[in-house]
Design a binder for this molecule. Structure first.
Ligand SMILES: C[S@@+](CC[C@H](N)C(=O)[O-])C[C@H]1O[C@@H](n2cnc3c(N)ncnc32)[C@H](O)[C@@H]1O
Length: 374
């Protein structure tokens, strides 16, 4: 009965709930019905139909973390294949690997000064343009760099630790001094700092760092205060809007937009059982809807000829190349995808991805570079 008439039953139930709520609104005192009334009969019919046989009832027992982990692995094995997935999974489970972004504004003359505490480290410089970023060449993961220190003369922190893939994504923005850039999803501010390292030296330029969460916006403000001088030549504005709303504040305004979208954050959830327990395949689909809206907004607010970098720290194809694919199919704003090769990571259909099994422990970090057509 449940299986064959389920559609009818749910439909009738909805109709009855509507009538009930209507009745209750109109006459809140009289909430009972005569046993002969049509409503009473209908209610009985529906309740009878909704007696669900035991074998069809959905289990209310929450899944164990082991069950979710199994489902998670199956989901990604379908995409990465049974040969690559186990090695990729193990590399994601390994401790996160950090690179070290040196803060050129922490010293008075804006020259690279490596703290004394780094002397024993086997540092290797990344070939990034216009900023100084290092990895420890024999590091197998974990927090191996010393904690940032305040420079005696400026009071600003000496360095910031982040995934090297994040620095690479900002390299794709090709930041030039004097530009007006929007970092649409900015907290805690690692990528904003990378952008600012490339903007200094010349008076002018504007970075808008946006973060809708009040708590995370506070962190963003603290990071800016700890790393960037007060009398900095580049204007920095911190805003708290939903990224998709930017299109209502004016079109064609920014030279560049970074959309570092909220995403499934796979490495983070694999290191936290309570987060992993919340994972479902539909979560990645819901995030994809949000990411698509953010990218639409970015396309509208960037100037014609301007660049957008869309990035995530997830493995999910739905949140990476699929977003670009959908945008190519549906966007009313004309744009092209720019394909470039980068110093580490691998090519995808529309962008580039750093995955820890092949990117020396860094990642996941996906990005795609789009250019709005004139
Ligand atoms: C991946 S994190 C950004 C990391 C940051 N770019 C960095 O490098 O330090 C994504 C951020 O987007 C924010 N966010 C969530 N929903 C948003 C929305 N609708 N519009 C803009 N940002 C959003 C989250 O609060 C989160 O801080």
């Amino acid at each position: 009965m449940y299986q064959t008439n389920r559609g009818y039953a749910l439909c009738s139930l909805k109709r009855i709930q509507k009538v009930f709520s209507c009745q209750n609104r109109l006459n809140p005192i009289n909430r009972s019905f005569s046993q002969n009334s049509w409503l009473y009969k209908q209610k009985l019919t529906v309740e009878e139909e909704l007696v669900i046989p035991e074998r069809h009832r959905k289990s209310k027992v929450p899944k164990t973390v082991e069950e979710v982990a199994k489902e998670y692995s199956k989901f990604y094995e379908n995409y990465y294949g049974s040969t690559r997935w186990p090695q990729l999974f193990n590399s994601l489970k390994a401790p996160s690997r950090y690179s070290c972004l040196m803060n050129k504004y922490s010293s008075i003359d804006e020259k690279l000064s490596i703290p004394d505490s780094f002397k024993e480290l086997n540092l290797e410089k990344f070939p990034f343009k216009s900023l100084d970023c290092f990895q420890i060449s024999n590091d197998l993961g974990g927090y191996s760099f010393p904690r940032p220190e305040k420079n005696d003369s400026t009071g600003l922190l000496t360095h910031y630790l982040l995934d090297a893939g994040s620095v690479l994504a900002t390299e794709a923005l090709d930041v030039q001094p004097g530009e007006h850039i929007l970092d649409m999803c900015a907290s805690p501010g690692g990528k904003s700092l990378c952008i600012l390292q490339r903007m200094g030296g010349i008076i002018g330029g504007h970075l808008t760092c946006n973060e809708p969460s009040a708590t995370r916006r506070k962190t963003l403000g603290r990071v800016m205060a700890e790393y960037i001088p007060k009398n900095f030549g580049v204007e920095i504005t911190i805003t708290g809007e939903e990224g998709w709303k930017f299109l209502y504040f004016g079109l064609d305004r920014y030279d560049k937009v970074l959309v570092d979208a909220p995403c499934s954050s796979d490495r983070h959830i694999l290191h936290d059982a309570s987060e992993l327990k919340l994972w479902t395949p539909s979560r990645t689909k819901n995030l994809a809807k949000r990411q698509f809206a953010l990218l639409q907004s970015a396309l509208k607010v960037v100037k014609p000829g301007g660049i957008i970098v869309y990035s995530t720290c997830t493995l999910s194809e739905l949140e990476n190349d699929e977003i670009i694919e959908r945008t190519l199919k549906k966007s009313k704003v004309p744009f092209e995808v720019i394909h470039e090769d980068w110093s580490f990571g691998e090519k995808t259909k529309h962008g580039w991805i750093c995955l820890p099994d092949t990117a020396n422990g860094f990642g996941p970090l996906y990005f795609a570079k789009l250019k709005k057509l004139e």
